[in-house]
Design a binder for this molecule. Structure first.
Ligand SMILES: *Cc1c(COP(=O)(O)O)cnc(C)c1O
Length: 453
């Protein structure tokens, strides 16, 4: 299987190469050259597999340059760090409403699904080639913590995570800055997430610097992340009652579009998922796009669901590429216009099977309260966004992207109960080690130069 860039100006590469590079050299995002198709017989066979076996069966179609047994081992190792034996338990709230709990990994948010695996893929690559790798990413919250926990203490690797100082929750910061690992650098910058992301794009655009330090991107553009996330949709689909599977909508709290893209890709591989709801918070670029065809940035308004406080949805480019039939010139045109003018108005925007909802901060506590009262179930503020506009006439699966224990203030204010998790309690006693840094390219580059492995 080879991987092409959405901008069409890069030679196709193999899986391991695409994973190591992250963002394609032409500024595009990697996608499989063709999407494998899963038949009904495949799906029947998959029904009896546990999470890790299912993940292996899925990924081996994509990671064709990794020997099968190696891949099987890397996948198995990635999910031993999860605290629930189902890995992604599907909980029934009512006949028509399920929650897919994606927060039983080491950092209690869904990003562990991809980043535990990515960490092991990197580790495998480093030891096989006797090379080092420096991983660089920006986070508005959970990505950084999950990436760090994927690479924690892995020989031959260092990880640099930028986050907006004071704009991630204290517990999220502790997950990044209290690991005690010498290969982890938590960089608190003085700008917004998007400022950090812009600087990173420029640093990755400098081919010489990038090669010199063997930099790899860890943000949600890495193709391994998207593919790893497709697996839990498949897992959930196979656990739904056979009678309602084909009717069920997946509701996905999203910012960068990565999570919902993973499900949509699976649908393009022949798995009959009905539809997706793109659930945004008050930072609603995707809501506006799906309702008016207008893809346009606006200022980020920090919200109660901070991991979705994103105004540029990087993974949208993959959806765009596929929905315009692989027309890379069109993608370049859209992305160029978007970059220079801050927006793009689509004439006939192809929504495919997606729709969108938005949820303001004013709604979140009320949703948490009413779901708690009706079902005795505690939602985190990101997951709550998925409940703002649930379909009345068909079954839904809402993806629960984080544990409520990560956001105690919001939960206490909504229902007067403090949700707890023992791994977070332990963190509160450890010393914080973070580096304060300016958001400009020069400051970030010089920090990397000093600390790269
Ligand atoms: C990252 C994150 C999201 C948004 O994920 P996307 O990759 O932007 O779709 C939602 N909820 C939580 C808890 C997150 O950490």
């Amino acid at each position: 299987m080879r991987y092409i860039s959405t901008r069409g100006l890069t030679e196709p590469v193999g899986f391991s190469e695409a994973v190591a590079i992250g963002l394609a050299p032409d500024g595009g995002l990697y996608l499989p050259e063709t999407l494998p198709q899963f038949s009904e017989a495949d799906l029947r066979r998959f029904e009896t597999l546990d999470y890790s076996e299912l993940c292996f069966e899925f990924l081996r179609r994509f990671a064709t340059d990794i020997p099968s047994e190696t891949l099987r081992g890397l996948v198995a190792k990635s999910y031993t760090t999860f605290s629930d034996s189902a890995i992604a338990p599907l909980k029934e709230l009512s006949k028509n409403l399920h929650v897919l709990e994606l927060f039983h990994g080491p950092t209690l948010a869904f990003k562990d699904f991809a980043l535990q695996l990515l960490g092991n893929l990197y580790g495998n690559q480093c030891s096989r080639r006797s090379e080092s790798i420096n991983v660089l990413g920006a986070t508005s919250g959970d990505t950084g913590a999950a990436a760090i926990h994927g690479l924690l203490g892995k020989p031959g690797t260092a990880i640099f995570i930028l986050y907006p100082d004071g704009r991630v929750s204290p517990l999220q910061e502790r997950q990044m800055a209290c690991t005690g690992a010498v290969n982890v650098f938590a960089l608190a910058v003085d700008g917004s997430f998007d400022d950090a992301q812009t600087s990173l794009k420029e640093i990755f655009g400098d081919q010489k610097f990038r090669q010199q330090h063997r930099l790899s991107a860890v943000n949600s553009v890495n193709i391994a992340r998207v593919l790893a996330q497709s697996v839990y949709y498949l897992y959930a689909f196979l656990r739904l009652p056979a009678t309602t599977r084909a009717e069920t909508e997946f509701v996905v709290p999203t910012g960068n579009f990565g999570n919902v893209l993973a499900g949509w890709l699976l649908q393009k591989m022949g798995v009959p998922l009905r539809s997706f709801k793109v659930a945004t918070n008050q930072n609603d670029i995707l809501y506006r796009l799906f309702n008016s065809g207008d893809y346009r940035v606006s200022a980020v308004a920090p919200s109660l669901a901070p991991s979705m406080d994103i105004q540029v949805s990087s993974n949208f480019e993959r959806f765009l590429y596929l929905s315009v039939g692989g027309d890379a010139a069109k993608v370049r045109d859209v992305m160029q216009t978007f970059k220079t003018t801050g927006g793009y108005q689509f004439e006939n925007f192809n929504r495919d099977t997606l729709s969108a909802s938005r949820c303001t901060d004013a709604q979140i506590p009320g949703i948490i309260r009413s779901v708690y009262e009706r079902f005795g179930y505690i939602l985190d503020p990101h997951t709550a966004c998925g409940f703002s506009d649930l379909a009345k006439d068909r079954p839904s699966v809402v993806l629960a992207t984080a544990s409520p224990a990560k956001f105690p203030e919001t939960i206490i204010s909504a229902i007067g109960i403090e949700p707890k998790d023992s791994s977070l309690e332990k963190l509160k006693t450890l010393p914080v080690k973070k580096y304060l840094l300016k958001t400009d390219v020069v400051s970030i580059r010089s920090f990397i130069e000093q600390h790269a492995v």
